[in-house]
Design a protein. Structure first.
Length: 306
């Protein structure tokens, strides 16, 4: 099925969580001079116009980036994320919102590499066009073109399958973001299967999985299944902006599950998540969960806050 289009959801509360966490993971990798590779298995279109028909249909950005746009008291990690979005909206009006590939490109360095997969035929064309526009803009500003040469590679392919050919990356350093649409139940199984295979090929990589926190069984069970995958630790953070909707429709909660998380991530989230709940929460059911643990060695305990 290829009916999912992220343009309908761009900039919502789930994007806020996914993108600010992804930026922090990339900044951690950038602390060392050695290059790294960023791999996005479901890259989408790369950039979204919030005044388009798709985005305005449900105006989901009003649950996320809109609530942060005018704030002057943003914690530093959120300020870095919002500043990146402000840079692509020089008029000061919030019109454009970046997807994960654009966020990554703006954070990454010249020596780092982006490998982007997208299966939807329309979105992969938009992704390529958006990077061509970015290249032209960089050239006009007298800066090295972002998409020139081998730095950015875009593949019209299934990211679950395509990931195998890229691991391990030549530098043996990297971040893999996996965020399928979950429009079919099999996506949950494939996430776990893909992670197990990837860790067998590249055990030291950082793996970040975005997932919707829904009432359906597959969604509820997935974090517990991921905790059992052998890795050098795991971290799970969820953000709920309201109590669950009685009819089960709509997305009120989502999570980021990270395998091999950097040690800096948990203390940063412990500081930022309470603030984010207050900023994005719409009722008394707004909350977060932050938990971490080890799978190697097994049964070394779990910490939980929130």
């Amino acid at each position: 099925m290829l009916s999912y289009r992220h343009a309908f959801h761009a900039g919502n509360h789930a994007d806020v969580l996914k993108h600010f966490v992804t930026i922090q993971l990339l900044k951690y990798l950038g602390q060392k001079d050695a290059p790294y590779m960023y791999i996005d298995t479901h890259a989408g279109a790369g950039m979204y116009a919030l005044d388009s028909g798709e985005a305005t249909k449900n105006a989901e950005f009003d649950t996320g980036i809109t609530r942060l746009w005018g704030r002057k008291d943003l914690p530093a990690p959120l300020a870095e994320y919002v500043d990146l979005i402000r840079a692509m909206n020089p008029s000061g009006k919030l019109r454009f919102y970046p997807g994960s590939p654009y966020c990554a490109e703006k954070v990454m360095r010249e020596q780092d590499r982006l490998r982007l997969f997208e299966l939807h035929p329309r979105d992969v064309k938009m992704l390529a066009e958006n990077f061509r526009k970015l290249e032209a803009h960089e050239a006009a500003q007298g800066r090295p073109a972002a998409a020139r040469g081998k730095r950015v590679m875009i593949s019209h392919a299934d990211g679950f399958a395509g990931l195998k050919s890229l691991l391990p990356p030549p530098s043996r350093r990297g971040l893999v973001l996996i965020d399928p649409p979950y429009e079919v139940k099999d996506d949950y199984r494939r996430v776990k299967q893909t992670l197990e295979d990837a860790l067998g090929r590249f055990a030291t990589g950082i793996y970040a999985v975005w997932y919707p926190a829904l009432q359906r069984m597959e969604s509820r069970q997935m974090p517990e299944k991921l905790k059992r995958i052998p890795a050098n630790g795991w971290l799970n953070v969820t953000l709920s902006i309201s109590a669950p909707v009685p009819d089960g429709f709509g997305l009120a909660s989502s999570g980021m599950f990270i395998l091999n998380p950097p040690w800096t991530l948990e203390p940063m989230l412990r500081e930022v998540m309470p603030w984010l709940v207050k900023a994005l929460g719409s009722d008394a059911g707004a909350s977060f969960v932050l938990e971490s643990g080890q799978t190697l060695p097994v049964n070394t305990g779990t910490r939980r806050t929130g």
